[in-house]
Design a protein around this ligand. Sequence first.
Ligand code: ADE
Ligand code: ZN
Length: 341
Amino acid sequence: MTQPLSPAELARRIPKAELHLHIEGSLEPELIFSLAQRNGVSLPYASVEALRAAYAFTDLQSFLDIYYAGASVLLREADFYDMAWAYFERAHADRVIHAELFFDPQTHTERGVSMAAVIGGLSRACADAQQKLGISAALILCFLRHLSEDDAFATLEAALPHRAHFIGVGLDSSELGHPPSKFERVFARCRELGLHVVAHAGEEGPPEYMWQAIDLLKVERIDHGVACLQDPLLVAELAHTRLPLTVCPLSNLKLSVVNDLSAHPLKRMLDAGLCVTINSDDPAYFGGYMNANFVQTVEALGLTRDEVITLARNSFEASFVDADRRSACLQQVSSLARVQA
Ligand code: ADE
Ligand code: ZN
């Protein structure tokens, strides 16, 4: 009989899905500098170290300002490919076997980059992730909520020739002051088109934004959603419907949503019966990829092996993968769970 793994070691080894990852947030400073050089883009930082030193965020907006500046080095199809491929190699090392990647086309098209270059490079990396690493991967196009709904409609139009290469839409960027209600019509159109729909809500915003995401946008998952604990009725609704919440602990720590990981609400959310998953959000900026999020959260909150297994299972149950692949992934979790539970 082999010794059971510690919860942290089990978290490292268990197969998992990543459902909340902004691919532009996986751009490491070294890659930002090498793409800047390749493309002749000048950066307002003298070195990789100087850039990294600027990653001292106080809230979501202070992060977004640097995040959009970092993305300015992405110009060609190959840049998008290289960024996504670097992410997949790291995800593979963390036992991520399925990934649904957010991308922010408006950040690029407003600089004159074509939609074809953005989606072409990212989708080619997804195909290679499947073929070379065995990771099933898909893309989710995010609308920037600080821009108008008309802008979101124009972005959707520009993306539709590439419809085969993305499975859904999301809503991200500055949350406060930009409620889901602002995007009700464009999300209705996306649902008509058969796209999956998700939205960031309850990261810095109030539970009311989560209700709007549910009632007006009719989302299939909420990204973050940690504000739900402020509203017992909302918690009851989420427990009843099992609407998944893609939680990002290190992001919440770095953006001061929580002061310390030991105060993170993830365990309370699990205890309330919510379908919670762990994700990395913008790992190059927040101090770690999937396993760093998993392991640090397990250690800070004292999560058990059973809770680790639940989190891994939730990640596949909350994913948009097809039924065959979902059961194959869950089977892999069960094989490990059988010897570890
Ligand atoms: N874009 C990239 N990361 C984000 C986050 N954590 N919240 C909102 N928009 C984002
Ligand atoms: Zn996010």
